[in-house]
Write a new protein. Structure first.
Length: 72
């Protein structure tokens, strides 16, 4: 999805297990960039691309498990 987002896009996100539309809690933010993030023990470092989104007053990383959609 990140390839469709541009810096400054307003997005809304939810965790993927919130399937019931009446119980979804949306988180809103502004898309900033996509970053490569490394994780794991030193001997087995892996990396993945995560979206950097300004949310709740601070930049936060959101991985591919989050549902993200552009709203403006």
């Amino acid at each position: 999805m990140s390839d469709l987002l541009k810096k400054g896009d307003l997005v809304r996100m939810t965790e993927p297990w919130a399937h019931d539309p009446d119980s979804i809690t949306w988180c809103y933010g502004v898309f900033l960039a996509t970053r490569e993030v490394e994780f794991g023990p030193l001997a087995f470092v892996k990396s993945e691309m995560q979206d950097l989104i300004l949310c709740e007053g601070r930049p936060q990383l959101f991985d591919h498990y989050w549902h993200k959609e552009k709203i403006a």
